[in-house]
Design a protein around this ligand. Structure first.
Ligand code: C5P
Length: 442
């Protein structure tokens, strides 16, 4: 009880301080943050329970505010042992709630007011004990109380578990996680790694940017719910010898952005990626490949049960006919090596001409990077590849960049997606595909 009293004293000090609220417009305007504005106007309750990962909740709070959200922090008694409400108030720009007996609200019902005012509740870190309380419907403190009181159909609840590996693996915790899931709570995964206690294993809380990505996904319309989407991205690398090869300047950014947007739209996404060092979007299954032949093999396996195939990869058109077993060396004579090439299989055309695509069970989308006559080239390529939708862009203007402009060519004609970030274009393209898929398969 002494600890709770300490929290309550902080609380009184905080109420008196009446700090001004942050100017979100200014923060959004800074635009240095890749998530800038993505949560504009959203009201998030950020709950903290006891765990060493509370320091990550501080970063999450910062990212949420930078993304445009209004953040209301609620801390349990145990959380106050790990980080102070003062720190969380400073970061959120709002007085922190720690007690169900907080007398500030006129009606003295903080649990009702906070849960009704929220667009989503995220508890990070969520301790084993907190998950157990939720699973049992217990509400001894303000945070579990407001989770219990939330209008579940309108206010999603996300938990970011954080605990020692034995606690996480314990059958009781796993039972409670299953119960929480059944009750409509979204329980996010845990990471494997070194833990605060010195042990190594599963149970680390996800990193703040990962949690932010999950929260942004919660608000996306689920236009592709129930769809399995297969995407290729990045360049391929065609080996000449053990140390050299032929590749291209594709960064993979567009394909990765589409994978993220498709998953946010509710799809089950598999991303077949050539050699790029981009992080895998949350919730996306990634298969790393090197050459066009590797990519073809991975795609053919997955295309069997996909509903949508989006080929964004810049697949090498040719590969060396033979890969030398050892490094090809200069011999000082000035003679250059001769090299024969063979054509790589056209993965998109093969899938698009396959039985499932022809039967209308698989919707294929191709990309075309052109350097001139965008529309005419795109229309010709669409016919050649046999795809219902072809997305064209100017190659040199997109490779490696974070922004682009797209031209969609299909039976309807031509649709322009004007210049924007690849993130925004990916969201728009996913909407366009979802619209065509529901009309197309009907
Ligand atoms: O023929 P071109 O390379 O311009 O076609 C581009 C489109 O075809 C892209 O969607 C690309 O991913 C796909 N492609 C493929 N396999 C190849 C070449 C291109 O899937 N070998």
């Amino acid at each position: 009880m002494r600890k709770l009293d300490a929290c309550a004293r902080w609380e009184i000090a905080i109420i008196g301080a009446a700090l001004p609220r942050p100017r979100f417009a200014t923060l959004r305007g800074m635009n240095a943050n890749p998530f800038s504005g993505e949560l504009a106007g959203r009201r998030i309750v950020l709950g903290l329970t006891g765990g060493a990962a509370c320091f990550k909740a501080a970063e999450l709070c910062r990212l949420l505010v930078k993304s445009g959200a209004t953040v209301q922090v609620v801390m349990t008694e145990a959380a106050c042992q790990f980080i102070t409400p003062v720190a969380m108030q400073a970061l959120s720009g709002q007085p922190v709630y720690t007690s169900q007996w907080d007398a500030r609200p006129d009606n003295n019902m903080a649990h009702i007011n906070l849960s009704r005012a929220a667009d989503a509740i995220v508890v990070a870190p969520a301790s084993a004990d907190f998950i157990a309380q939720l699973a049992q419907g217990r509400a001894a403190e303000l945070l579990p109380l407001l989770c219990l009181a939330r209008p579940a159909e309108r206010v999603p609840l996300l938990l970011a578990p954080s605990m020692n590996r034995e606690m996480w693996a314990h059958p009781a915790t796993q039972r409670n996680v299953v119960q929480a899931l059944r009750d409509g709570t979204q329980v996010l995964g845990v990471a494997w790694g070194e833990q605060a206690c010195g042990e190594t294993g599963d149970g680390r809380m996800l990193e703040a940017p990962e949690l932010l990505e999950e929260l942004i996904a919660v608000f996306a319309p689920k236009a592709l719910a129930g769809q399995r989407v297969l995407i290729t991205a990045g360049p391929t690398f065609e080996a000449i010898d053990p140390v050299r090869g032929i590749t291209n300047r594709s960064s993979g950014k567009m394909g990765f952005a589409i994978a993220r947007a498709a998953r946010e739209a509710g799809a089950e996404v598999t991303l077949v990626a050539g050699p790029v060092s981009l992080p895998t979007p949350r919730g996306v299954e990634r298969i790393d490949v090197v050459s066009a032949l590797n990519m073809r093999e991975a795609v053919m396996g997955c295309a069997q049960d996909a509903h949508i195939f989006i080929a964004t990869a810049a697949v090498a058109d040719w590969r060396p006919a033979q890969e030398a077993e050892h490094k090809i060396k200069k011999d000082g004579s000035g003679e250059v090596p001769r090299m024969d090439f063979v054509e790589n299989p056209d993965i998109l055309a093969e899938v698009a001409h396959g039985a499932r695509a022809q039967a209308g069970e698989l919707f294929c989308v191709g990309f075309a990077a052109e350097s001139e006559n965008l529309q005419a080239n795109a229309q010709a390529k669409r016919a050649r590849k046999g795809v219902p939708l072809l997305v064209a862009n100017i190659g040199p203007a997109t490779f490696g960049r974070d922004d682009n402009a797209l031209l969609l060519v299909d039976d309807e004609g031509v649709t322009e997606l004007p210049h924007a970030s690849k993130r925004v274009l990916a969201q728009q393209l996913v909407d366009e595909i979802a619209r065509r898929v529901s009309g197309w398969s009907a």
